[in-house]
Structure formats: C-alpha cells, structure tokens
Design a binder for this molecule. Sequence first.
Ligand code: NDP
Length: 329
Amino acid sequence: MVTAKAWVLKKHFEGFPKTSDFDLKKIELPDLKDGQLLLESVFLSVDPYMRPYSRRDMKEGDIMIGTQVARIVESKNPAFTVGAFVVGRSGWRTHFISDGKDLELLPSSWPESLPKSLALGTVGMPGLTAYFGLMEVCKMKPGETVLVNAAAGAVGSVVGQLAKISGCKVVGCAGSDEKVAYLKKLGFDEAFNYKTVPSLDEALRKASPDGYDCFFDNVGGEFASIAINQMKKYGRIAVCGAISQYNDSVPQKGPYIQIPVIFKELQIEGFMVFRWNNRREEGLKALLKWVMEGKVKCHEQVTEGFENMPMAFIGMLKGENIGKAIVKV
Ligand code: NDP
C-alpha cells in the first residue's frame, strides 16, 4: 500500500494566493488493477495558468491541477515499463495511479544527459507555446523586430531565443536587473527592467525607434496598452497570457486599444498552445534539437521538496523565477 501526498485547494484564491489557501492531504492508493500503473512524481511544474484555471475549473477541496515528470514504479500495463519517465497531468501529488491514456512518453531521442525536468519547460508545454505562438500567430519573418514581456520566464526566454534563431531583432522586458542581465546573456538585442524605467513608453521607443512587427504578450493590462501604440503598421500581436491581471479582485479598466488597432491595421490573436496538439511531436523535436545544439539555453528555478509547492507557486507569481519554475520532490 502506497500513501500519496497531495496539495488541495482549501479555499479559492482571493487576490494574491496565500499558503493558507492550500492543504496537504495523505491519500492511501489501492492496489493496481490490470492495465494500471503506479507512478511517482519526480518534478512538478508550477505555472501561471493554475491561478485563473483554479477559479474556472476547480472547487474547494479539489487536488491542485498541474503536470509532472513521473517515474513508473509498478506496471500492470504491458505498454509501459517500470523505470520509464512520462509527463503526467495528475495535479500536485507525489504518487498516482493511471491507466496510461493520459500519459505522454518523453521523446524517444531524449538524451540521458539532459535533465528530464525540461519536459515541463523548454522541451515541454512552455517551449511549445513559444514555438507555435511565434510561428503560427506572430508569423515572424527574418529581419523583423519582436517584443516579448515576462521575457526571462519559461515561455518568454524561449520566445526570444527562437526569434533570434529566425533572424529577428528581439527586445525583452523583465522585472529585475538580474533577469535583464540573463536576457543579454541569452542574446536578446535589447532588454530592460520594466519596473525601474522612468517611462515604459520611452524605454520601448528607445529599444526600437522604428516600432515592433511582432509582440508576444505574456502580461496584458497596462503593459500591452502602452506597447500596442508602438506596433508597426500591420503588426501582429500574439496574446499568450495576461499575468498582470490574474490576481485582480477588481477587473482593470482601459485605456482602450481600438484606435491604434484600426490605424495600424493590427492583427491581435489569442491562442492556447493545445490548438497544435496534433503537431506536438514536431515542436518537441525542434526544441530538443536546438537545446542539444546549444542554440536554445535553459534555466530552471528549482524548489526542493514537495511540501514547498505552494511557496514555489506563489514565488513564481511574484516573479522570483528565472526560466522555468520547477519543484523537485
Ligand atoms: P513565467 O516563467 O514567465 O513566470 C511568470 C512571470 O510573470 C514572473 O516571473 C514575472 O516576471 C511575470 N509577472 C508576474 N506578475 C506580473 C505582473 N503583474 N506584471 C508583469 N509581469 C508579471 O511564466 P510562464 O512563462 O509559464 O508563462 C508566461 C505567460 O504565458 C503567462 O501569462 C501564462 O499564463 C502564459 N501562458 C500561456 C499559454 C497559452 O497556451 N496561451 C501556455 C503557457 C503560458 P517579471 O519578474 O519579469 O515580472
């Protein structure tokens, strides 16, 4: 008999999440039936989407939603061997039982030397978000200028590097000087700390006096309202996330964007990475190749200990992470 630990949403978040909104539970797992597997989480992901999705999809007492890299510890399913690693969607739990249908094997070409936690970051959902958002929504072309915010995070850091690989000029914004130094190390052409510049409008103009062809927006709110005025004619905006609004109890108000959208004839498209689930393999293969060639660099903010998951989640929402925020069990 295995006892799993799981974090449940004790109370719906009001404003910024607090550790008291979570509860740690123990769950006795039953013996396996034919066709089932027992898995142990090795790395768990903490992601911004958990904040808005918890309100939309969860009720109090539910286990927190989320993904993990897990190792198969017992198998009564011939399609899965003990010791193999998979990506699961079983929420914040140390152990779980699956029939295998919801599991994704790591790409077969995954090198032994590469940390498996990257399957939750650069070579996983956030990397795919950058890949498809840039290629299919921004439709970036060589020589164009790409703006990305939350640029030192899991998605943003890949966006900037992929845009560089494609021959674009890249401007990134992040919330600390340490993050800005990281962006420069990654090869961003221009980077600045949006929290300390005297004027965001001026900083954006200085970074690219001719404006922006593509804007990969992870933040929304006021940042997006300001950036939109500096788009070039026919510019494309990929609305990926709106993290500046996720913790608001009262919705933010304008400024409203219709005038620049009309005069600059902008294309603004929201997207969810799952739209390209049928091309997942293509995206992961490309990302894995770039990582192995050293063309895409990865950084992880690893929090040790399953008991620290709420802290890691809250820290990520506060901007404490460089690269992908991960919890190592
Ligand atoms: P990150 O690793 O970028 O972590 C979140 C970062 O957001 C923080 O480090 C912080 O960086 C920044 N941030 C937090 N609060 C604010 C704020 N009020 N204003 C501006 N920036 C803030 O997370 P991800 O890369 O995983 O996700 C980035 C965005 O992409 C999120 O909005 C997320 O919801 C979205 N997303 C969308 C997907 C889709 O399919 N559409 C899929 C995956 C992610 P800083 O210090 O720079 O402020």
